[in-house]
Design a binder for this molecule. Structure first.
Ligand SMILES: Cc1cc2nc3c(=O)[nH]c(=O)nc-3n(C[C@H](O)[C@H](O)[C@H](O)COP(=O)(O)OP(=O)(O)OC[C@H]3O[C@@H](n4cnc5c(N)ncnc54)[C@H](O)[C@@H]3O)c2cc1C
Length: 410
């Protein structure tokens, strides 16, 4: 019998396994995909050009655990930024500040929002009442969609604010120039990780203790199991858990991640400049390119993800979408397209969980250990308490490991 099995080799599962190993356990990590990292997926151009990210992009905060694991990482570059409104691109992005309410300022103000007299406004309602013009509100709504992968009307303003305030990640934005997948690779070093091993079912083992796991290669047993897969994977029935109960099943359904779609498009020409463009029309998410490189990166969430997904099936449509944000791409031939459809991927079922209605309560419920044998971790368990990003996933993995180590002492 293996003492602890961790299901899922994303940041949460790996951080959990690292902490368990430090505590003297010998965890086995089972991962469905042929690679570790989960929603971190790095694209490396064949000619050795700079890495691009098809999943998580940014290391948020100077106290983010990525710095502890990989060493201090550099601040994210600030390229010439623009925005698209009514199908036309405008530079620089700072033009948006002219009315006094650019989206980044409204986002910062939102972080101060607290519940008043029991009122729980949505982010959409908060924006509508914040004193900005209708055009500024429309732009901010799209900005929020791209930050939280959710419609502002389905986001709790107080829970978004609480998550931002309580996040221990610190200030600033950073990148991992060698590729963000170095983070899970480093975490996995020295651990027993079995990739291409999807777990299909978790059952209580006979005899009252331990669990039995059904994988595609057969069965194995363990004293305890950590479920570090997105709850949506369980809600969709791709991993079934015996005795989950109605409260946890409801929680898994409530913690549905938002839509996310990313693409690296390689063109027949190099970018004349480094640029990043935000599509306030809600069609293209963020589009970016680097001077002297032929790749264009599109990162789209919520409704924009559906637009980019639809465009990606046709080179002509995708080319037209890129040309709006980056006019230099007009007429370029698409040499290659690499996509990451996070919602269609059964191992992720979406981008990440935003603090929508009932999400904070569902996150607490999902995180609650079951029967002393099953423990739960992942970005979703941070929802409403901390940011459901890399630092949230990492902290929640460590939290589940501490619960198991503590239980082991009793
Ligand atoms: C487009 C996009 C942009 C993002 N941008 C950022 C960003 O800029 N900054 C940031 O901090 N965060 C960002 N995030 C969020 C970040 O990627 C996640 O919060 C984090 O990676 C989640 O880690 P996790 O371990 O909880 O889940 P995951 O990374 O999803 O790990 C879960 C693992 O479980 C595996 N699994 C699933 N089912 C099974 C099964 N049945 N058996 C075995 N294994 C299974 C999966 O394959 C996966 O490896 C972004 C996410 C997306 C999609």
């Amino acid at each position: 019998m293996s003492d602890v099995v961790v299901i899922g080799a994303g940041v949460a599962g790996l951080a959990c396994a690292v902490r368990l190993a430090q505590g003297g356990a010998d965890p086995l990590v089972l991962e469905a995909r042929p690679r570790v990292g989960g929603r971190i997926r790095t694209f490396r151009p064949a000619d050795g050009g700079p890495a691009l990210e098809l999943g998580a992009q940014i290391v948020h905060g100077d106290r983010n655990p990525a710095h502890t694991v990989l060493g201090p990482q550099p601040a994210a570059p600030r390229p010439e930024a623009g925005y698209v409104v009514a199908g036309r691109v405008t530079r620089p992005m700072a033009v948006l500040a002219r009315g006094g309410h650019p989206p980044w300022l409204l986002e910062a103000r939102l972080a101060g929002c607290t519940a008043q007299a029991g009122r729980e406004p949505s982010v959409g309602a908060w924006l509508a009442a914040c004193g900005a013009t209708p055009a500024e509100v429309a732009t901010a709504r799209e900005w929020v969609r791209q930050t939280w992968a959710a419609d502002p009307d389905r986001l709790s303003a107080t829970e978004v604010a609480a998550a931002v305030r309580h996040d221990p990640g610190g200030r600033g934005e950073f990148t991992v120039p060698g590729g963000l997948d170095l983070l899970p690779a480093r975490l996995a070093e020295g651990l027993r990780v079995r990739t291409s091993s999807p777990v299909r079912r978790i059952e209580a083992a006979e005899g009252g203790t331990g669990v039995r796991l059904l994988t595609e290669d057969g069965e194995l047993t363990a004293d305890r199991v950590v479920v570090a897969v997105p709850p949506a994977v369980v809600a969709r029935g791709l991993l079934s858990i015996d005795g989950l109960g109605p409260d946890k099943s409801d929680a898994a359904r409530t913690l549905a991640p938002g839509d996310g779609f990313c693409a690296v498009v390689t063109l027949d020409r190099n970018a004349p400049e480094t640029a990043s463009v935000f599509d306030a029309d809600g069609v293209g998410g963020f589009t970016s390119c680097r001077r002297g490189r032929p790749e264009v990166l599109v990162v789209a969430k919520d409704a924009a993800a559906a637009c980019v997904r639809e465009a990606a099936v046709s080179p002509a449509h995708l080319g037209a979408l890129l040309a709006v944000a980056l006019p230099w791409t007009t007429g370029a031939e698409l040499i290659g397209v690499e996509t990451a459809d996070w919602s269609a991927d059964p191992c992720s079922a979406g981008a990440f969980c935003a603090p929508g209605p009932g999400a904070a309560r569902a996150a607490r419920e999902w995180a609650r250990p079951l029967d002393g044998r099953m423990y739960f971790a992942g970005e979703a368990t941070a929802t409403g308490r901390a940011l459901p990003w890399l630092q949230g996933a990492y902290a929640e993995g460590r939290r589940a490991a501490e619960e198991i180590l503590e239980a082991g002492k009793q």
